[in-house]
Design a protein around this ligand. Structure first.
Ligand code: ANZ
Ligand code: ZN
Length: 946
């Protein structure tokens, strides 16, 4: 075409596609494989931003590519249309949330049509439409009947000013409400809860075979947070019964010096009336309620708590009496809400014990094996207690070290602890024996005990040493004479701090250095060998976990960070929960033939003062008779979390219009599981986990064909403003896609976003105004291809065409759209320079079409193609053409380029000269005379001098 008029072309083809219903997908096509390509359906905010383009148009590139590759592609679209923003807008501007939402969807549909995507609009789903939420309600009841949904008392964020429950996202970091600014409280309320935790193990274990990026799988595993541990029971004093704790470290049981229960723990309220410090405990509980869970866990370093003065626990193995505290670092909803505290090996317990002056008892020694000096087979193993003395001379900041010439060791003063001797006394004795110094003062403990294995060559035994390591300071250089035998064994030397490295012989060196650096005793929270643990002393942590749990009468269990999913919302603009609360029968399901329970019309969307949802203002709607006993009853007034709506929308796309069932089983068989799901990183845990759970629950009930809904998943990156910051109105760096489309065309915007970076590597890509201009030029050259049609494609162009067919397919299959575009740019430039035959030009239109679909249709038509390019097959490349590498060689005559020849890469000088002289344009400069001189730069240049 002479001029690339994008708006004309794009409008024309969007109309053609729509009137031909080009992308309505049948459920089966003979001889074609189905491919279900899904992106996260948008919230109808009212305006498309660049992020939407990046999400939809780039997934469309893949959908188009799959279609060209011969698949029957389902590429559906819809709206996740319930939710808070509509309600907030309604409250703020006095609008009806339905009106607001439907208007927004209308304008977004128009914007989306401009993208040139192959959406199948005939399967559109809108979650706020009764035809859709009828099935959300039906599936909710399916889970209810399967025992996976219950009403439970849970802790929620409560805004005392707005009198409403807040989602975590509505609570700011300082613990105040986003809207009202009130200090958010924690309140116990009855909430509808889905038992996602029943699926915790399968949600972890079934990740393994999925074709998902490892990072996403890991996030899900961490979010679910499976911990293997034990439940142990402690008997309580008086008539309080017993207390169960959850621990991942039953091997540390002998190190327990106190217990802690969460402020909400039952024991606190039960014991409260009889406690000696009742008032202090009550005050503490009130304060704890103000803090969010996050603050309690990580917010404060200072540990707070209060003793339950009047109840104690008995250690199940030693019979010792242990104090019990309540402290908010222990959470109600995790494990059993009670812990056994081991301040020697748990950092949080250590901080608490320090603040409250509680005893610390070490029971685990890290196991250290000296690889440079390992146990020698067949030698006797001798275990002993030992000590390492790190002696510092404060005068010149040097340290006392020993050289062992026979063993090539480099150590601190080191020796055994005899019998009942104290390890500090033993160290002082060894210092004098080995180096003669007598004026030495104990400073502090650095490390210990450790459990170290090495071969003690000087004693010819395999040593297992339990080491304490202490720091001493030299008072003066006062010295005794050192015995001759000691001098023979080792000599001493004062070295600077920098010479103390892991090159020294002790395997404990990293621990020693850490303690010297931090000024604190080395803290071991890992596993190891048990010490101070009665009959279990000497066992490894792994063995001890089982044996101690058994001995204490406990049980091994797993716990999870994942909580059950609270789906109740005290909001208007959501799917009504199809339950009737009967004073006699309790919660009763609304009979299936009465679904949907339609959202009632009201005109004030604020929650009620008592915290109940605004639906409770529709008093007539609310009053019903119980389906079970016929008595007076009330409808449930909470609505469902919108994540419930989006947990099954991909199933509805398979059969969006069905009025008998949420989706016909045959159609689900045809489409599920989704082949490819593209989405945002923010949905890695919540939505993706909820949807997997939902699908699994339905799978177990025999309602869907696969246990997993999404075979392959990609999280896309983020498009930033031109200044490299996240686009935001306040920064003034927002790129409006409609403006860009008006200026450059949808094909340019699509291709530019494809070119901006590899789609499969979620990164942050700044919008570059020059970059999009460059892509526009590329499409202008592509638009000119029909002007460059020649009778026969030059061989090198032909080769490039076939190389491009291969490379673009390979790149697109791996979501490397950027390098695919780069290849198309090279190809287009070559065509504009050297021409292309018509048949080959048609192939170019096909491989360009996923990226610039409107332009490709136009080219296809101009080049005589029949029907739509979007329905063509992907061309086959000719492998033999890829091999046969020809090159263009410039020909100079007397230093000036006069023409070019095409020749095989390994043509000889004579071949190239012959070809050059065969061309009239060159012949006329050379004439009849023999060239004086010929220079050939292989594959590049032929220079003729006459
Ligand atoms: C004794 C112990 C000794 C523990 C030790 C740890 C280390 P993860 O791994 O995250 O599952 N814990 C148990 N329930 C808790 C609760 N409701 N709130 C706060 N902390 C709780 O953490 C499990 C460990 O966290 C448990 O093992 C328990 O402390 C603590 F050297 O018990 B442990
Ligand atoms: Zn009833």
């Amino acid at each position: 075409m002479k001029q690339y008029n994008h708006s004309e072309i794009e409008k024309k083809w969007q109309q053609e596609w729509a009137s031909a219903r080009a992308f309505e997908t049948p459920d089966t096509v003979a001889g074609k494989e189905n491919s279900y390509i899904l992106f996260e359906f948008p919230y109808p905010s009212g305006n498309l931003h660049v992020g939407h383009w990046y999400a939809f148009a780039l997934t469309d590139i893949y959908a188009r590519f799959e279609r060209l590759r011969g698949k029957n592609v389902l590429f559906p679209v819809g709206f996740d249309a319930f939710g808070l923003p509509a309600e907030n807008a309604a409250i703020k501007h006095g609008l009806n949330p339905r009106t607001w939402t439907y208007q927004n969807m209308d304008s977004m549909r128009a914007q989306m049509r401009a993208m040139g995507c192959t959406f199948d609009w005939s399967r559109e789903v809108v979650t706020c439409a009764p035809e859709y939420y009828k099935w959300t309600q039906s599936l909710f009841l399916t889970l209810f009947n399967a025992g996976l949904v219950q009403k439970k008392t849970t802790t929620v964020n409560w805004d005392p000013v707005d009198k409403t429950v807040l989602a975590n996202e509505q609570v700011l970091a300082d613990g105040t409400a986003e809207r009202s600014g009130a200090l958010v409280e924690q309140k116990e309320m009855d909430q509808w809860t889905v038992s996602i935790t029943k699926y915790a193990d399968r949600l972890i274990d079934d990740l393994e075979p999925l074709d998902w990026p490892e990072a996403i799988k890991d996030s899900q595993r961490n979010w679910i947070g499976r911990s293997e541990g034990a439940k142990l029971t402690f008997t309580l004093s008086g008539s309080y019964g017993s207390l169960q704790v959850f621990t991942t470290r039953p091997d540390t049981l002998y190190g327990v010096t106190y217990l802690v229960v969460a402020p909400e723990h039952e024991l606190v309220s039960v014991a409260l009336p009889a406690l000696a410090n009742k008032d202090a405990v009550e005050a503490y509980i009130t304060a704890a309620k103000r803090k969010t869970e996050r603050d309690r866990l990580i917010g404060e370093k200072e540990k707070t708590g209060v003793l339950l003065d009047g109840v104690t626990a008995t250690h199940p193995l030693t019979g010792e009496s242990l104090p019990i505290y309540t402290a908010d670092y222990v959470l109600k909803g995790y494990g059993t809400g009670a812990i056994m505290a081991v301040p020697a090996h748990d950092e949080r317990d250590a901080a608490f014990a320090e603040a409250f002056g509680l005893p610390v008892k070490k029971v685990i020694a890290p196991r250290l094996v000296d690889d440079r000096n390992p146990h020698v087979e067949g030698k006797e193993v001798v275990t002993r207690n030992a000590v390492i003395a790190v002696v510092r001379n404060p005068e010149n900041d040097t340290y006392l070290t020993l050289h062992w010439p026979a063993q090539q060791w480099h150590t601190f003063v080191i020796g055994g602890v005899e019998g009942e001797e104290d390890s500090v006394a033993a160290a002082l004795r060894e210092i004098t024996e080995e180096t003669g110094y007598t004026d030495v003062r104990f400073v502090r403990k650095l490390v210990g005990p450790t459990r170290s294995e090495f071969f003690a060559a000087h004693k010819d035994v395999n040593r297992i040493g339990y080491f304490d390591i202490h720091l001493f300071e030299l008072g003066s250089l006062e010295q005794k004479v050192v015995a001759e035998e000691e001098v023979k064994k080792q000599t001493y030397e004062w070295v600077p701090r920098s010479a103390l490295t892991t090159a020294m012989t002790h395997t404990e060196m990293p621990f020693i250095l850490e303690s010297l650096d931090t000024g604190k005793e080395f803290f071991w929270s890992g596993e190891g060998i048990l010490v101070n643990s009665g009959e279990h002393t000497g066992l490894s942590s792994a063995e001890a976990k089982q044996r101690i749990t058994e001995a204490a009468g406990g049980e091994l269990v797993s716990t999870y960070k994942l909580r059950d999913w609270i789906v109740s919302r005290q909001r208007y603009w959501g799917c009504p929960i199809p339950i009737i609360n009967c004073p006699h029968c309790g919660p009763v399901a609304v009979p299936e033939d009465q679904l949907p329970v339609v959202l009632p019309e009201i005109d004030d969307y604020m929650p009620r003062d008592d915290g109940r949802s605004p639906l409770a203002k529709a008093t007539e709607w609310m009053q019903v008779s119980c389906p079970s006993c016929g008595g007076n009853a009330e409808r449930e007034t909470d609505t469902l979390d919108t994540f419930v709506d989006s947990s099954w929308y991909y199933l509805r796309y398979a059969d969006a219009k069905n009025e008998q069932v949420f989706a016909d089983r045959e159609k689900l068989n045809a489409w599920m599981p989704v082949n490819f799901y593209s989405g945002g990183a923010e949905h890695t845990t919540m939505h993706l986990l909820y949807a997997r759970f939902f699908n699994k629950a339905l799978f177990d009930l025999g309602l869907v064909p696969s246990a997993e809904p999404f075979t392959k998943r990609l999280n896309r990156g983020l498009i930033l403003g031109t200044d490299g910051n996240k686009m935001s109105k306040s920064k003034g760096n927002v790129i409006d896609p409609d403006t860009e489309v008006a200026r450059f065309g949808a094909d340019t915007v699509r291709s530019y976003l494809a070119f901006i970076g590899p789609y499969n590597e979620p990164g942050n890509y700044p919008w570059d105004p020059n970059g999009i201009v460059g892509v526009r030029r590329f499409l202008e050259r592509a638009a000119a291809i029909p002007e460059h049609v020649v009778v026969e494609t030059p061989a090198h162009v032909r080769q490039l065409v076939h190389q491009s067919i291969k490379k673009v397919a390979e790149d697109a299959a791996r979501f490397k759209f950027n390098t695919a575009i780069a290849q198309l740019m090279v190809l287009t430039s070559a065509i504009c320079k050297d021409g292309i035959g018509k048949d080959d030009a048609q192939l170019v239109a096909v491989i360009l079409s996923p990226f610039a679909p409107h332009l490709a249709e136009e080219l296809w038509q101009q080049l005589g193609g029949i029907s739509l390019v979007a329905h063509e097959p992907w061309p086959q490349y000719d492998a033999s053409l890829l091999e046969q590498a020809t090159v263009i060689i410039a020909v100079q005559v007397n230093g000036k380029v006069r023409g070019q020849v095409e020749a095989s890469k390994d043509a000889t000088e004579a071949d190239v000269l012959h070809a050059a002289l065969g061309q009239e344009s060159i012949q006329k400069w050379v004439g009849d005379t023999d060239p004086k001189k010929v220079i050939y730069v292989p594959g590049k240049l032929l220079s003729i001098v006459v």
